[in-house]
Design a protein around this ligand. Structure first.
Ligand code: GCB
Length: 618
C-alpha cells in the first residue's frame, strides 16, 4: 500500500515535468554527469555585448525572424563583398566558460543585459551514442540556445542545470556553431527579483557539455534510505529510463555490501526497494559513500552514495537516529580574492576547506543552488548541506508565473542533488515577508519538495518578531506550521542595538520543532583595528560574536544549530560605504584577501568546545 502511495506521488512528479517541458521546452534533466560520456565545450567563447538587443530586435523593436541574416544566431560571415553584416563574432572578443562575465573584463563589472556567446566546434559521435544532449551547469539568468542557426530552446533561472536534445540532423562532424543569448537583467517577475544583496554575476557561469546517451538510457534515479531511523537500512526509490527494451532488466549493485538486485523493467519508471545488510552510515565523522552501479542492457551508471537518515523528533534533529547540532556557516558562491563566481572543484575545496577549518559540520549554501562540485565535495568531506532556491525577499508572490518559475528551479535543484548524502535540508526561500498570499506560495513549494524528496528536512529562513514585552523575540511566522526545521535570521547587535543587547534577549518559537539560527553577523573591514565599540572594526565584529556565543549557550531547548553570516566577504551593489565597504558586504569571517578576521577565531573556539563537550550547548 505504501509503495502504491509512492507511485502516485511519482506520477505527480512526471506530470509536473512534462508540463514544464511544454512551457519551457527543455528536456527532463540528466543526472550524474560525471558518469556519462561527455564532450566538453568549455574554454574560450567569442562574444558580442548587446545592450540594445540588436541581435534579436529590428529598428522597430520587432523580433527578427528565425533566418534573418542580421539575427545574431545565424552565420555571421558575409556571403559576398556587397553583403552588409553589422555584427560578427571575433577572437578579439572572447570570454572564458565557465565563468561570469563581470570579473573577466573591467567594463563588464556592472553589466546587466544581453550578451551573445558563440562557440565553434567539430564533433564525432561515439559508436554507442544514440541520442545527444547539450547540457549547461548554469547560465544566469535567461539563456536562448541556438545550434547551427536553429533554436533548441530557452531556460530561465541562473543557478540550476538544464539540457536540450540535439536533433541528429542538426549536428555535423565539422563546423558546428553554438550561440547562446544570455540575459541577466533583473526583473520584478524574476526569481530572484530586482532586489537582492548579492552581485548579479551574468554569463555561462558553469560548464557546458555534449552528453551522449544510449537508447534506453538511465536518465535519473533516486536511491535513498527511507527517512526514519527505525527503517534500519530500507532503501526505497526509483530509476527513470528513457525507453524500455522488452525483456530487459534493471540491475543495482553495491559491491561492498554484496548487493546485486534485479528489477523487471515494467515501464519507464522502475520502483526499487531492498534492504541493506549491516552498513556504515554516512556522517560528518565518517563520510562513507558506497559505490553503486545501476545498469540495464543499454546503460551503466556509477555513483557514490552515502546512506544515512535525517529526521526530527520533537525539538531535536536526528542524524542516523542520534541528536545532532549543526555547526554551520553560510556561503555565497564567490571567490573573494578574485571577486568572481566560484565554479570548479578547486573553488569548492577553498570554500569548504575554510568551513572545515572553522570547525563546521554543516554549510548553508546561500541563497541559490551552488555548483555540483560543492555538493559532491561535501559528500566526500562529510559536511552536511542546506541547499536553497533564490526565493528571496520580495518576489511577486501573487503571480502564477513566478510560482511556476520557483517550482521549476526547486525541481532542478532537487533532481540534480537528490542522491547526495550531504544534503540534509532543502530551503524554499529566505526572509519572505509574511502575508496570506506569500504563505500560500511558500506552502506550495514545501508540498512539491516533499513529494519530490520525502527523505530530507524542509525549511525556509524566517524573520523574528519582537514580542509585546519588548524582550522576547518570537518566531511565529505561519509558514513554520509546514516546515520541519524552524530557521530564522537574527542580527541582534548589528541591525539594532549593540552586541550587549544579546545579554537580555530571550528567544521563543511557537512551534514544537527544532530551531536553527540561519544567519547572524556583523560587518568588519579586514585589517581595520579599533576598540570594540567602533563599528566596522574587526574588534566590533569579534565582540558581536562573543556576545552571540554567550547567548547561544542559554538558548531554550530545541536550539539545533547556527550558520553565521557569512564565511567570506562578497560583492554587493547595496553596500556603498566609501571607506569600509566599497561594494562589498563585509560580514565575512574571512576578508576579501582571504585573511581570517578576529571573529573567525571566536566561532572556531565555540565550535571546538561543542565538539569536545557537547554539553556546552546549554
Ligand atoms: C540577510 C540576508 C542576506 C544579507 C544579510 C546582510 O538577512 O538574508 O542575504 O546579505 O542579511 O548582510 O544584511
Amino acid at each position: 500500500m505504501k509503495i502504491f502511495g509512492f507511485w502516485l506521488k511519482l506520477f505527480g512528479i512526471i506530470g509536473f515535468s512534462l508540463f514544464h517541458i511544454a512551457v519551457f521546452s527543455q528536456d527532463e534533466l540528466i543526472t550524474n554527469i560525471p558518469s556519462r560520456n561527455t564532450y566538453s565545450l568549455d574554454g574560450q567563447w567569442q562574444y558580442i555585448v548587446d545592450p540594445y538587443e540588436t541581435g534579436i530586435y529590428d529598428y522597430r523593436h520587432k523580433e527578427l525572424s528565425q533566418n534573418d541574416p542580421q539575427a545574431y544566431w545565424n552565420p555571421d560571415t558575409a556571403q559576398n563583398k556587397s553583403d552588409r553584416k553589422e555584427y560578427g563574432y571575433s577572437d578579439k572578443y572572447v570570454l572564458k566558460v565557465p565563468g561570469d562575465w563581470n570579473s573577466q573584463l573591467p567594463e563588464f563589472l556592472y553589466y546587466e543585459g544581453t550578451l551573445w556567446y558563440k562557440k565553434s566546434f567539430d564533433y564525432h559521435k561515439s559508436k554507442n551514442a544514440n541520442r545527444i544532449f547539450l547540457y549547461f551547469g548554469a547560465v544566469n539568468y535567461r539563456a536562448d540556445v541556438y545550434l547551427n542557426g536553429s533554436k533548441l530552446g530557452i531556460h530561465i533561472g541562473g543557478f540550476t542545470p538544464f539540457n536540450f536534445e540535439v536533433p541528429d540532423s542538426l549536428l555535423k562532424e565539422k563546423g558546428n556553431f553554438l550561440v547562446i543569448r544570455v540575459d541577466n537583467k533583473r526583473s520584478a517577475e524574476g526569481v530572484p527579483t530586482l532586489n537582492t544583496d548579492w552581485w548579479n554575476y551574468g554569463g555561462i557561469t558553469r560548464s557546458v557539455k555534449l552528453i551522449e546517451l544510449p537508447a534506453a538510457a538511465i536518465r535519473d534515479y533516486f536511491i535513498q534510505l527511507k527517512s526514519k531511523s527505525e527503517t534500519k537500512g530500507e532503501v526505497e526509490g526509483w530509476v527513470k529510463l528513457d525507453s524500455v527494451i522488452s525483456g530487459d532488466k534493471l540491475r543495482i549493485e553495491i559491491p561492498a555490501l554484496r548487493i546485486n538486485k534485479i528489477f523487471p523493467e515494467t515501464g519507464k519508471i522502475v520502483a526499487v526497494h531492498f534492504m541493506l545488510p549491516p552498513f556504515r552510515p554516512w556522517s560528518p565523522e565518517n563520510p562513507v559513500c558506497y559505490q553503486v552501479v545501476i545498469s540495464n542492457g543499454a546503460d551503466r551508471i556509477e555513483e557514490k552514495i552515502g546512506f544515512r537518515t535525517i529526521e526530527t523528533r520533537g525539538r531535536e534533529i536526528l542524524l542516523n537516529g542520534k541528536p545532532v547540532f549543526l555547526r554551520g556557516v553560510c556561503i555565497h558562491e564567490e571567490i573573494p580574492q578574485q571577486g568572481r563566481r566560484a565554479f570548479s572543484p578547486q573553488d569548492a575545496m577553498q570554500l569548504l576547506g575554510w568551513a572545515r577549518e572553522l570547525g563546521c559540520n554543516m554549510v548553508r549554501l546561500a541563497h541559490y543552488p551552488h555548483d555540483e562540485s560543492m555538493t559532491r565535495l561535501a559528500d566526500s568531506l562529510g559536511i552536511m548541506v542546506w541547499s536553497e532556491i533564490p526565493v528571496y525577499w520580495t518576489i511577486d508572490f501573487s503571480s502564477a508565473a513566478v510560482l511556476e518559475n520557483a517550482e521549476k528551479q526547486l525541481n532542478e535543484m532537487i533532481t540534480r542533488d537528490h542522491n547526495r548524502a550531504s544534503i540534509m535540508i532543502w530551503s524554499v526561500g529566505n526572509e519572505t515577508p509574511v502575508s496570506q498570499t506569500r504563505t500560500h506560495f511558500m506552502k506550495t513549494l514545501v508540498d512539491s519538495a516533499k513529494i519530490m524528496d520525502p527523505t530530507r528536512l524542509l525549511t525556509a529562513a524566517l524573520e523574528v518578531n519582537l514580542h509585546a514585552n519588548q524582550q522576547t523575540r518570537m518566531v511565529d511566522d505561519p509558514l513554520g506550521e509546514y516546515l520541519d526545521l524552524i530557521a530564522f535570521n537574527e542580527y541582534l547587535g548589528w541591525y539594532g542595538g549593540t552586541p550587549a543587547s544579546c545579554r537580555t534577549a530571550n528567544w521563543e518559537t511557537k512551534y514544537n520543532k527544532p530551531f536553527f539560527i540561519s544567519e547572524t553577523g556583523a560587518g568588519a573591514l579586514g585589517g581595520f583595528h579599533a576598540d570594540s565599540l567602533t563599528i566596522w572594526s574587526e574588534e566590533y565584529q569579534e565582540w558581536y560574536f562573543r556576545e552571540q556565543v554567550s547567548m547561544f549557550k542559554r538558548m531554550p531547548a530545541g536550539f539545533s544549530g547556527v550558520s553565521p553570516w557569512i564565511l567570506a566577504d562578497f560583492r554587493s551593489p547595496r553596500r556603498n560605504n566609501p571607506v569600509y565597504q566599497e561594494g562589498w558586504n563585509r560580514k565575512g569571517l574571512i576578508d576579501q584577501q582571504g585573511g581570517k578576521k578576529k571573529a573567525f577565531f571566536v566561532l572556531k573556539q565555540y565550535y571546538s568546545e561543542i565538539i569536545l563537550t557537547p554539553s556546552t550547548l546549554r
